[in-house]
Every structure is written in C-alpha cells, then in structure tokens.
Design a binder for this molecule. Structure first.
Ligand SMILES: C[S@@+](CC[C@H](N)C(=O)[O-])C[C@H]1O[C@@H](n2cnc3c(N)ncnc32)[C@H](O)[C@@H]1O
Length: 276
C-alpha cells in the first residue's frame, strides 16, 4: 500500500492522528522535498525532528527521485506499506496526482491522508474560498526567460470579479549551468520567491502587455509562513506591499477581486494602516 500523507503547514505536530498512525505502520518513509517547505526547514535537523517523532528514518525524495525513481517507490509499495509525505495536502500541488495515476496503472493500492493546504489556509484573511478563480504560479524570471501566461489567467479571473491566488516559485536542487556543461551535477543554493519579487514581476508583465488587468494600486494580500506561529498576513496595494518585509519563506500572494461587504470588513483587520 502507498500512503500519501499530508503534513499540514506548520511543523511536525501538524500531521493528523490518522497520518501518524499510517507512518508508524509503514516500512519505508519518503518525504517529498521540492514543492514546499516545513516551517522548520528541510535541514538535517528538520528531518531528525520528524524521525524522532516517527521513530524511523525518513528518506528525502527530491524532484529527481520522484520523477525518475517513482516506479522503484511504487514497486516497494507493491510489496509492503510505504509512506510518501507531502507538506500541506497531497493534492495542494499538481505533481502528486501523477504519482497516484502511476500507482493505479501498476495496480498499487493508494490511500490518501489529507491535511491543511495553502489552498485553504489563505481563507484566514476573510476572502471567501468560493470566490477564487484559477490559481496561478509565478516562476522566477531569468535574463532570457520571462514567461507571462499567468497574466491572461489573472485577466479572466478579474473579469469575473474573482480573487487570484498566486503561488510563488521554489527552486531547490537546480543544477548550475556550469556543472551541466561539465557533466557532473552541482546545485544552486535553494531559492524561494518573495512577495516583493512576485509583485515586481507582475508589474513588469503589466507594463509589457498593457491591458490594465491590474496596477500598482490594486489591492492584494501577502501571506508568509501560513500555519506557523509567526505567520504574516498583510493587505494593501501592490505598491504598499512592495515596502513590507515578509521575512522568511514561504510566501504567496492573493490579488483581490470584487469583495462582499463581510469580506471587506475582515480584510480591514489585515490592511496596512487599518483599512478604510
Ligand atoms: C505547490 S504549492 C503548495 C504545496 C502544498 N502541498 C500545500 O498543499 O500547501 C507551493 C507554494 O504554495 C505557497 N505556500 C505553500 N505553503 C505556504 C505557507 N505556509 N505560507 C505561504 N505560502 C505557502 C508558496 O507560494 C509555495 O511556493
């Protein structure tokens, strides 16, 4: 059996009782380490905290392991109980659906243990989860690669008066260009996009495409470290949020659509300067 278990957003204590029981039953425990980050990080200390709680070793599964060696994990799950841990909810990232599809094709039984995800934790600011349009991902721009497909999606959401959740790029275990040329992989230090970089890129794309989908005066909400003791939620215009130091990762951003009076009232508690 393959157990895909959500760990929630905060720290090791956010696993559900059901999830913990499943982990304890499993012979091998993998932890997905590229679509998110537990608040205590993925340092060896972070892992050992998990290992202490579970009473067994946890194997870090980076993107390469999951994409290239998924079949090995699935074959193990054919023979015995294997846990695959995901920060947040297993379906809060698109990648894990693929693992389930592969498991089903190989005849491996799968059980999912859900948990809180960034997709619902953003509800804390008072904007109704029912009033969101398509979620977008904002990738890090490079000198030569400045994709803007998120712009059209935000445009569609805003035409319907819907809010847009922007998930921000995470780069972990990215091989350096030099090392690729030399044929021996060395990795860049991990990078997590900040709200400031996301807004700068959003405004750059607005300037390039010029369809007035949003502007520096558009109201947004910035979120950092949701689910942790020191989480931050701040509402304000893009221009105002550019000045806020949201601190450590992870960050995400919501572009606010039309608001219901109750949404507006709740948002007021998080608005810079106390709102209107
Ligand atoms: C693929 S998504 C979500 C993955 C996770 N499985 C979940 O369900 O929450 C990863 C992105 O969500 C956002 N994110 C995830 N956890 C967050 C948190 N605790 N606080 C703020 N943003 C978060 C970041 O923008 C991050 O790059």
């Amino acid at each position: 059996m393959l157990y895909i278990i959500g760990l929630g957003l905060g720290n090791e204590k956010d696993i559900t009782v059901k999830g913990l029981e499943a982990v304890k039953r499993c012979k091998k425990v993998y932890m997905e380490a590229y679509t998110s980050l537990l608040s205590f990080g993925l340092s060896s200390d972070g892992l050992s905290t998990l290992e202490k709680l579970y009473g067994k070793p946890v194997i870090l599964a980076d993107r390469e392991t999951v994409e290239e060696k998924a079949d090995d994990i699935l074959m193990e799950a054919h023979e015995s109980d294997v846990a695959f841990l995901v920060v947040g909810d297993p379906f809060g990232a698109t990648t894990h659906t693929d693992l389930v599809v592969r498991a089903k094709k190989l005849g491996v039984d799968v059980k999912v243990v859900h948990n809180a995800s960034v997709m619902n934790a953003v509800g804390v600011c008072g904007l109704q989860l029912y009033r969101y349009g398509e979620t977008v991902s904002i990738p890090f721009f490079t000198e030569t690669w400045r994709p803007n497909s998120f712009y059209e999606k935000i445009q569609r959401n805003r035409m319907l008066g819907l809010h847009t959740l922007c998930l921000l790029d995470i780069r972990v275990k990215e091989p350096t260009l030099e090392s690729l040329c030399r044929g021996r992989k060395q990795y860049e230090p991990p990078r997590y996009m900040t709200i400031r970089t996301a807004i700068e890129q959003l405004l750059e794309v607005e300037q390039t495409l010029g369809e007035s989908v949003y502007s520096e005066d558009t109201t947004c909400v910035g979120f950092a470290r949701l689910g942790s003791e020191d989480q931050m939620v701040v509402a304000g215009s893009m221009k105002q949020l550019l000045m806020v130091d949201f601190g450590e990762p992870l960050h995400c951003l919501v572009i606010v659509g039309e608001t219901h009076p109750v949404e507006g009232e709740m948002l007021g508690f998080y608005t810079l300067g106390g709102g209107k």
